[in-house]
Design a protein around this ligand. Structure first.
Ligand code: SIN
Length: 537
């Protein structure tokens, strides 16, 4: 890719780089391709991200008797007072139209038995007031969605660069450069491209705008349902480019990952279909914890399981032996159980919490704009405000779908406005990476520290200990072309930001639980309002 003079730019198509190839990245790419030259940059194979592992499905108000208002109410309740009502309204009201588009792209959501042309076979998950989770292939929803979107992208003019890692965002370093371009929050300028690692070499790719869709950072923890690529590369690069990040203390731990290496997810929909949790004595302990028992909000179930595990020193058991059609309804989980040597139709299986979803991320407005001009964020890397302090189950694919569609539409309009395209001048990458090694941690050391002190239950003492340790660590990435080292540096940077946010929030709310501040506090009951000045492309 090359840069062009401002006059030449007016007569050429704008270029957009989308980083990440899950649901949000691919929907954004497809929404942009008629108006721009679009390149998708992705760290592994195109379908290797978190989307393909999503099991439960996509929540949307499409079932008879359901309503947008009910979906909004459930989403805001799960968000524990921090959900942004306007973002949630957008999510729930635009969701059904986006689902119809997915069906048109060939996603065959499961239908109720004997009703092939009619109703969906919607599932139930924790904290939903009714059955509204659409699924495909039983529990292979993410795979069905990813496959359809990859097919559409392959048939389009979108160019896909696989095995290409985002190293940094390029900024022009010139506050106010370009007509109407504005500058980043800290004056570092506009994002004008990406620095990537490809086939062992560092390359700079310039563009008129960059869409981050890099997913989450489950690899901050040793136990996670996320794939190995979820190392927060986009969030860390955005931080270095001066973007505002928000809600970083809120990490959702899924209550039921199979307690075997790799922590394979056991969908909440299994509990929605009647599976129960038992402690090592065989007792259904959730009945005494919450009126919704096994279908209580995720954070409640995850902490109750952790408490049982601490008390007994053993994983708890998920008993799905009474669930009908287990294998047909949950083929992915059945295969994971089998691979671990369990027949879950006959015996309860050991489960434990695992890091699952990061509610925090790069702060955006309702069209994906971040606080840095030229930078858009969608999907898990973004913080739109829809999830607040705790994400409602199966709202994440929907968020990726709805907000990537909106971001693409807004970006198309802006790139074609007279001031929308700018001339990148002397792109440079941020130099904010730590470079002077003190102790260089292994990935496992970093993960163990985060699990111990910034996991399911936190205290000021533990968080301060984590902060001290993190501050004494660094990863030298100067001129590094080692993927794992670059990833660990990103995780270290994000771990520091997460721990600071968790220390500052002296209360318990949603997924953030502090043993030293066990209750929600009115001092932390509102989220900062986005101002127009904070977000701009
Ligand atoms: C699940 O199937 O339990 C996961 C769904 C989600 O995290 O939204």
């Amino acid at each position: 890719m090359t840069t062009a003079s401002p006059s030449a730019q007016r007569s050429r198509r704008p270029r957009v780089i989308v980083v990440g190839s899950g649901i949000a990245g691919l929907v954004a790419a497809l929404g942009l391709v008629d108006e721009a030259d679009v390149v998708v940059v992705t760290k592994a194979a195109v379908d290797d991200g978190s989307t393909r592992y999503a099991q439960g499905g996509i929540a949307a108000a499409v079932m008879p008797g359901d309503s947008v208002a009910a979906h909004v109410a459930d989403t805001l309740a799960a968000g524990a007072g921090l959900g942004d009502p306007e973002a949630v309204r957008v999510l729930c009201s635009e969701g059904p139209a986006r689902i119809r588009e997915l069906i048109e792209r060939g996603v065959a959501f499961d239908r109720a038995e004997g009703d092939p042309g009619g109703g969906f076979d919607a599932g139930l998950e924790g904290a939903h007031s009714r059955r509204r989770i659409l699924h495909a292939g039983g529990d292979a929803t993410g795979l069905a969605v990813e496959t359809a979107l990859v097919r559409a992208v392959r048939a389009s003019a979108v160019r896909v660069l696989e095995h290409t890692m985002l190293v940094d965002l390029l900024t022009d370093g010139a506050p106010g450069a370009g007509a109407g371009a504005g500058s980043g929050a800290d004056g570092r300028g506009r994002v004008v491209g990406v620095r990537v690692l490809r086939a062992g070499r560092i390359e700079d790719l310039t563009a008129d705008a960059v869409v981050l869709a890099t997913g989450g950072a489950g690899q901050l923890y040793p136990f996670t349902t996320n794939p190995s690529v979820a190392t927060g590369d986009g969030a860390a690069a955005a931080l270095r480019a001066g973007a505002r990040l928000a809600d970083l203390e809120f990490v959702q731990f899924h209550p039921t990952a199979l307690a075997v290496p790799g922590s394979p997810l056991v969908s909440e929909a299994v509990r929605g279909d009647g599976a129960v949790l038992r402690n090592s004595a065989g007792t259904r302990f959730m009945v005494d914890v919450h009126p919704l028992a096994e279908l209580a909000p995720r954070d409640v179930v995850a902490r109750a399981i952790a408490t049982e595990m601490l008390a007994t020193g053993a994983p708890v058991l998920l008993d799905a032996t009474a669930v009908d059609d287990l294998e047909a309804r949950f083929p992915t989980v059945t295969a994971a159980c089998r691979a671990a040597g369990y027949d879950w139709a006959r015996e309860p299986v050991p489960v434990a919490p695992a890091a699952h979803y990061w509610m925090g991320g790069v702060a955006t407005d309702l069209d994906g704009r971040t606080s840095v001009p030229g930078l858009v964020a969608v999907g898990e890397v973004a913080c739109t405000g829809v999830h607040g302090a705790n994400r409602l189950a199966s709202n994440s694919l929907l968020e990726g779908l709805v907000f990537a569609h909106r971001a693409a539409a807004a970006l198309c309009a802006e790139l074609h406005s007279p001031s929308g395209m700018i001339a990148p001048s002397q792109p440079s990458a941020s130099d904010a990476r730590p470079t002077a090694p003190s102790h260089e941690p292994t990935r496992a050391e970093l993960q163990a520290l985060m699990w111990q002190h910034a996991g399911l239950l936190r205290t000021a003492h533990g968080l301060l200990e984590a902060q001290r340790t993190l501050d004494s660590w660094s990863v030298d990435t100067s001129r590094s072309t080692d993927v794992e080292r670059l990833e660990t540096a990103n995780l270290l940077q994000l771990a520091r930001a997460l721990v600071s946010a968790a220390l500052a929030r002296e209360e318990s709310r949603g997924a953030h639980a502090r043993a030293d501040f066990p209750l929600p506090s009115p001092d932390f009951a509102t989220r900062p309002r986005r101002t127009r000045e904070e977000v701009s492309v």
